[in-house]
Design a binder for this molecule. Structure first.
Ligand code: ZN
Length: 570
């Protein structure tokens, strides 16, 4: 029932009651005048009392339904469905949305004026890595200032193994954002068999299955893989399928950082889709992209693979960060087999001249495939051994180390950095055209692939600050790659539906009051590769579970996020 109708009904009921009370007193007066029996007198008194309490009850009920904690008024409502915007108000009470529409008869403790602004559901970022940074910055300002109210962490196979314990920890520190988590295959494998470069024994497989099952029971929203990382890369399709079957049993999804995003991307997509079919599980392909200049334009090949699989009945969706650079570990430049076991074993291998030559050859071949003469595309984001190299490309670092301006020496520089613990990197390797082609696919959602940023630490990828604002500013307003309503749908109801986040992602009565209010004319990402530590602009208000967490572009200090667990349906 619409709120306007409800209000009108209450008004009508109240009028009827007032009329009946007047009528009652007239009738009673008449009986008094007639000096009738005392019994009638008694009955009439009872009628009076009943009418009085009925009126009192109805007033209370109607007060409760038309009074809110907060009403956001006069905005353009984009409810997350993808439907066209409409003018209206949104009422919030006790953390929930209690009314959407014309709420002119309603009262509230606080009013937010959204004239000329968009009111939308809070954004859901399905691909994040917040582990380890929650405690450093529970305000998660980079997410909040970009309109994000919920994150799904535990991606790329990297998660806490004991999710029950992790969720208790998240509850205890109270974040500003809601948190859901996937169960990470890499960490589950590591817990059972370390970083060993081999297949699991039957017993080890059983243990991995048991850990996955426990994580799902504890509320994981699915299983994630990172098949380019150690030790996930040492696994075969069968291993992942067996674990995905368990996630499927508990209503989870299979989210994958595929085995390859460059030359062998189509084989990697085929593997992901096969796991979806074999395990009968919805698939989410993470940070869908084409890496390396030699692969530019191949979105014309990869996006149709997703379309076809959906047509065949597989529930596959994808996500993307709206940038032409990726960000991951320096180690991804090296062959997998060098990275097995621990840092000591890595150093021992890299200390062997023969192996070192092999590694350098491998790296130079990869560079040649990219049609590049130098390692100019990997830029240091965070190198703990020497932070003065942060923000510099490998080509630049190599020169700063007083080495020759040669790719071979740059490869040696990478090896030296690996020996000192490696580094987080930004890799410039995608085409703008592919980014836009992928963006136009309707079942692609936006995700930052970022952590909670620690302000001014390192030179991280700007996606951690500006993913949503960049889509809304650059790609919706300026380049018109997609409509605003469509972008909002992909940031809200699409991810909520895919990851089983119940009663999230829509502006609807009874849904959680995760809400953003932003200016469509000024919303912009401010974070850049050179100066990443800048918050997005244009988000005026962000509410998390009904609490104002961001107001007039400032964090209010409120930490009202909660853990969102998958409802276990065995
Ligand atoms: Zn990843």
């Amino acid at each position: 029932m619409g709120p306007a109708l409800t209000a009108a009904m209450h008004l009508h009921l109240r009028r009827t009651l007032v009329r009946s009370v007047i009528l009652l007193s007239t009738v009673q007066h008449h009986f008094y005048m007639q000096q009738r029996l005392g019994l009638i007198c008694y009955l009439n008194t009872m009628k009076y009392i009943t009418a009085f309490f009925l009126l009192l009850w109805l007033t209370t009920v109607s007060y409760a339904q038309t009074t809110a904690d907060i009403i956001i008024r006069n905005g353009k409502i984009m409810d997350g469905t993808g439907n066209s915007w409409f003018y209206g108000d949104v009422a919030i009470k006790d953390g929930k949305i209690t009314g959407v529409g014309n709420l002119s008869g309603w009262k509230s403790t606080k009013t937010i004026d959204a004239t000329n602004l968009i009111i939308a559901p809070g954004f859901i970022d399905v691909h994040t890595h917040i582990e380890g940074d929650e405690i450093k910055n529970p305000y998660a300002t980079n997410f909040i200032a970009d309109g994000v109210t919920t994150v799904v962490t535990g991606n790329c196979g990297l998660s806490e193994v004991d999710l029950g314990k992790y969720f208790k920890f998240i509850d205890s520190i109270k974040l500003s954002i809601n948190v859901a988590s996937l169960a990470g295959h890499n960490d589950i494998r590591k817990a059972v068999m370390g970083k060993a470069n081999r297949l699991p024994t039957a017993n080890e497989m059983q243990q991995m299955m048991a850990l996955t099952e426990q994580a799902m029971k504890d509320g994981a929203v699915g299983l994630s893989t990172g098949l380019i990382y150690i030790p996930g890369t040492y696994s075969k399709t069968e291993e992942v399928t067996a674990l995905a079957k368990i996630a499927a049993k508990y209503n989870g999804v299979y989210a994958t950082h595929m085995r390859d995003e460059g030359d062998s991307v189509t084989q990697a997509i085929t593997e992901a889709l096969n796991i979806g079919r074999l395990a009968n599980i919805p698939v989410e392909i993470s940070h869908f992209k084409l890496s390396g200049q030699q692969n530019w334009g191949r979105s014309a090949e990869t996006v149709p693979m997703i379309i076809k699989a959906r047509e065949e009945g597989l529930d596959v969706t994808i996500d993307q960060y709206p940038y032409t650079a990726s960000s991951t570990s320096l180690s991804t430049l090296l062959p997998d087999w060098v990275l097995a076991d621990n840092q000591d074993s890595i150093n021992a291998r890299l200390g062997n001249e023969t192996i070192k030559e092999q590694v350098i050859d491998y790296m130079l071949q990869k560079l040649k495939k990219r049609k590049l003469k130098h390692f100019s595309y990997p830029v240091v984001a965070n190198y703990k051994a020497d932070t003065s190299y942060n923000g510099k490309s490998i080509e630049e670092v190599n020169l700063l180390m007083n080495r020759k301006h040669k790719a071979k020496e740059e490869a040696e520089t990478v090896i030296d950095m690996m020996k000192l613990g490696g580094a987080g990197m930004v890799f410039h390797g995608m085409s703008e055209d592919d980014v836009k082609q992928i963006m136009q696919y309707p079942y692609n959602m936006f995700a930052s692939d970022a952590s909670i940023r620690i302000f001014n630490q390192g030179v991280p990828h700007p996606r951690g600050y500006g993913t949503n604002a960049r889509v809304l500013g650059k790609y919706v307003r300026e380049e018109k790659v997609l409509s605003l309503e469509e972008a909002i749908r992909r940031m809200t109801s699409l991810p909520a539906r895919k990851f089983n986040l119940e009663k999230r992602g829509l502006l609807q009565q009874g849904f959680a009051a995760d809400i953003v209010v932003f200016d469509p004319l000024t919303v912009t990402d401010a974070s850049t590769y050179q100066k990443p530590h800048q918050y997005s602009k244009g988000f005026r208000y962000v509410l998390v579970n009904g609490q104002v967490t961001f107001e007039n572009e400032n964090h209010t200090g409120v930490r009202n996020g909660m853990v969102l667990k998958n409802e276990v349906k065995e």
